[in-house]
Each structure stands twice: as C-alpha cells, then as structure tokens.
Design a protein around this ligand. Structure first.
Ligand code: GA4
Length: 331
C-alpha cells in the first residue's frame, strides 16, 4: 500500500469519495453484558439500528493487545513480503481490492477462515517467518470472541422469547460453521485534508451477509453506520469495547425484525486504523428462513428459504454496495 501513491488512488477512484457530514451519534446503544436487562436492550438495539456496543464482554485484554501488536507487525512488513500471502481469495492478504467484482478501498487486510490450521500451507505463507505467533494470537482471540458472540446470540433468543435458547448460537458454534475473520489496516491519508468536505473511502458501504459480526478497533475513528433515514453517523472509536452488528442472515431468521445495518469506513487523514472483525456464519448446508416461532398471527415470511451456501455464492458475485437480500425476498 505504501508503494502505490494515494494521489493516483484518489485520481482513479474519485467516484468512491464521499462527502462527509461526520455527526457523531450521541449514543450508540450500550450493552453491559453483566446487566440483567441486557437481553431487552439488545433486542431493542437490533430492531432499531442493528448495531450496538458491548462492555463487560469478558474477552481478556491480553488476547486483544497481543493480536493488535502481531497484526501491526504484519502490516509493517514490506509490501513484497505481504504480497506472498496474496491474493485474498478465499483467504490471505489483500490490498485495496475488496471481493472479486471491482470494489476498491484505501485498505489492506488479512482474511482468514476461522478453521484454518496453524500448520496449513496457507497459513504459513501468510505469516512469513514466525506464523505460529500470529496464529496463536488469532486463535486465542477468535475463541474468546466466538464465546462472547454466542452469549449475545443466546441473549437475543431469550429477549425474543424463543424457547430454544441456542437457536442462533448453535449455528456459529457448529464445527462446520462457515465463519470468517478479518483484520483491516487503514493507513492514514494526509492528502484528503486538502479535499475540503470530501473523505476517502476505506471500506465502502455494505451489509454483512452472515449472522453476527463482532468488531473491535484501535482508537482511530472511521466507522460509520447508516440510519433508517439514510444519514450516516460516525461511531466514536473505543478500543476497550466491541461493536456488534446484525448480519443479513439474522435479519432473515427474524423475518426483518432485526436490521442488518449498512456500514462503511472512511479513511482518517492522520492516524492508522486497525480493526478486527469476526463474522459468525452458519454451516454451508444450513437452511436460512424466518423462525416459525417468531411469526405472529397471519405474519408471512418476507423471504424465500435458502441455504447459506446459496446466499454466500450470490453474495460473492455481488458488488459491495448491492442489496444482496432483494434476490431472496418474496414478492
Ligand atoms: C462483507 C463482510 C466481510 O468482510 C466479507 C466480505 C467479502 C470479501 O471481502 O471478500 C465481500 C463482502 C463481505 C460482501 C460482498 C462480496 C463479498 C466482498 C464483496 C464484494 C468477508 C464477507 O463475508 O462479505
């Protein structure tokens, strides 16, 4: 990323520059996982926004800081070293190109399957001389974050008064769960200061296809979420907390009651942003459809039934900003 100038990037992708109206949402819903009213507040946040922040999450600080410093080390390697782990399809190092259909952003990243073995060739090539160190940092982090995600999914089921408490969590706990882990690095882009009122897109607007996403970042701003009225709001960074967002599959399972939140990242002009996101997905063969127990009275399913494999295939053929669920809506 250092070797391609930001000037040429901006010239070639001005269409992705966004005008900024960086209002900070006064309050991102805040959930204290140790509080007895967490489940009601989670349901409310998922219905209204599809997004909330979690404190008292139980993920050891040590796992967080080790992974952050190992990731920083990786991203500070020369581009030629990092490129040895490219392309990122399906897993590996990516630089500016997102997905396979022409999306670009001012970002470099690592994409991993959560089940990649530390001694697999893929992993060794990604992490150069000392892959074990980064891999064990990733493993520790993922298992703690997955447990937290499960706790949250169980609170959602309870809050929705679903009898089967693990109806969502069992999908991401399944051995076959198709979950993904991503570490993004958004280098600073000083040139954007010159562009009054414009911001560079780090990661373009999109919704996440999976069930639940758990994001953590360093203390650099950049993440924005879209409100129902179409306005973008900036999420104040908080390196000690996690941000949760509802994915498309959870929107479907709740028949639209929970909202899959549209979000994006704008580049910071001065500081690097590092974010790490766990995307909890179901097994490929899992059928995704509204839960019958959530349907009230005459309520109809808004979606056709599909397997996660079918949804994922369609998602990977889409552009980032596309509405991927329209193809699965009932007319
Ligand atoms: C968005 C959420 C996750 O980061 C991701 C992304 C994936 C990719 O980067 O390869 C996608 C994107 C994400 C949705 C549409 C397709 C696929 C890029 C893209 C243009 C890993 C995921 O699962 O879907």
């Amino acid at each position: 990323i250092q070797q391609l100038s930001s000037n040429s990037f901006m010239r070639n992708s001005m269409a992705s520059a966004a005008s900024s109206s960086p209002a900070f949402l006064s309050e991102v819903p805040l959930i204290d996982l140790s509080s007895p009213d967490a489940k009601q507040l989670i349901v409310k946040a998922c219905e209204e926004l599809g997004f909330f922040k979690v404190v008292n999450h139980g993920v050891p600080m040590e796992f967080i800081s080790t992974l952050e410093s190992e990731s920083t080390n990786f991203f500070s390697l020369p581009l030629s070293e990092k490129q040895k782990a490219a392309p990122p399809s399906p897993f590996g190092y990516g630089n500016k190109q997102i997905g396979r259909n022409g999306d670009v952003g001012w970002v470099e990243y690592i994409l991993l399957n959560t089940h990649l073995e530390s001694n697999s060739d893929g992993f060794l090539s990604i992490f150069g001389q000392d892959p074990q160190k980064l891999r064990s940092a990733v493993n520790n982090y993922i298992s703690a974050v997955r447990n937290m995600a499960c706790e949250i999914l169980e609170l959602m089921a309870e809050g929705l008064k679903i009898q089967q408490r693990n109806v969502f969590s069992k999908l991401v706990m399944d051995e076959e769960s198709d979950s993904v882990f991503r570490v993004n690095h958004y280098p600073p882009c000083p040139q954007i200061q010159a562009l009054k009122g414009m911001n560079m897109i780090g990661f373009g607007e999109h919704t996440d296809p999976q069930i639940i996403s758990v994001l953590r970042s360093n203390n650099t701003s950049g993440l924005q979420i879209s409100l129902a009225d179409g306005n973008w709001i900036s999420v104040p960074p908080d390196q000690n907390s996690f941000f949760i967002n509802v994915g498309d599959s959870l929107q479907v399972m709740t028949n639209g009651r929970f909202k899959s939140v549209k979000h994006r990242v704008l580049t910071n002009s001065l500081k690097s942003r590092i974010s790490m996101i766990y995307f909890g997905g179901p097994p490929l063969s899992e059928k995704i459809a509204p839960l019958p127990s959530l349907m009230k009275g005459e309520e109809r399913s808004l979606y056709k039934e599909f397997t996660w494999f079918e949804y994922k295939r369609s998602a990977y053929n889409s552009r980032l900003a596309d509405n991927r669920l329209v193809h699965f809506e009932r007319i």
